[in-house]
Design a protein around this ligand. Structure first.
Ligand SMILES: Cc1ncccc1-c1cc(O)c2nc[nH]c(=O)c2c1
Length: 213
């Protein structure tokens, strides 16, 4: 049966959040997820760590893997300089449709390119299509894809010295093979920001890894 939570989340954003106001979209989604039902967005606690890393990196081009309902995409673009472009990739067309409407409600549709499809298909097309290297990659799609996708990003020449990878779900659901790589490879400098699984008391955190080339 179709998961109706994303539609209910969109309804609450469209009825409660102020059109064109990203902060009200973010706080409305947090309120909905805290008081109504669980969702797979990064949430307010880990979201503050995302904000902190973003303010340090201040990327001009960013890639997000795993759009879900658009919460973190809105959070990322809202903080960045006007010329910044975010490419966000979502495999599930139903989620992508919800996210597109959430992003539009926040008034950020001109700054966010939403690509529907698998990261492994879309990443190889990014160099030609966008002709850029990425300052920031936010990994929030599926933990089994984190490691293969960063290898793909490296091989496609999309990372440069200083590119920052920020990965969600490090402890819950957990990404052991990815962690082993970024923490032990000489090509990455890694740091774990401990936090909690969105809207719960379970431990989780974000891993920030700088690509050293
Ligand atoms: C929903 C949930 N319940 C219990 C444990 C973890 C999760 C959970 C939370 C997230 O933020 C996720 N983000 C991207 N991809 C995921 O698979 C995912 C899973």
């Amino acid at each position: 049966t179709k998961d109706l939570r994303p539609q209910r989340l969109l309804n609450t954003v469209q009825h409660k959040a102020t059109h064109g106001d990203p902060e009200s979209v973010i706080s409305d989604i947090d309120h909905f997820c805290k008081h109504s039902e669980q969702a797979m967005n990064v949430g307010d606690e880990k979201g503050s760590i995302l904000d902190l890393v973003l303010s340090e990196v201040y990327p001009s081009t960013a890639l997000e893997l795993g759009t879900h309902c658009g919460y973190s995409g809105v959070r990322i673009v809202h903080l960045l300089r006007p010329g910044t472009r975010l490419i966000t990739v979502e495999l599930n067309p139903a989620y992508a449709s919800i996210a597109q409407q959430v992003i539009a409600h926040a008034g950020l549709q001109d700054k966010i390119t939403l690509e529907v499809g698998s990261s492994s298909d879309l990443i190889p097309k990014m160099k030609d299509h966008f002709g850029i290297t990425l300052n920031l990659v936010f990994l929030d799609h599926w933990q089994d894809r984190y490691l293969p996708d960063i290898k793909l990003l490296e091989n496609c020449g999309l990372l440069r010295e200083g590119s920052v990878l920020l990965a969600d779900g490090i402890t819950c659901p957990g990404t052991p093979d990815y962690l082993d790589c970024v923490r032990n490879s000489p090509h990455y400098e890694s740091h774990y920001h401990q936090s909690h699984l969105e809207y719960t008391r379970a431990e989780d955190g974000l891993e920030k890894s700088v690509f050293l080339r």
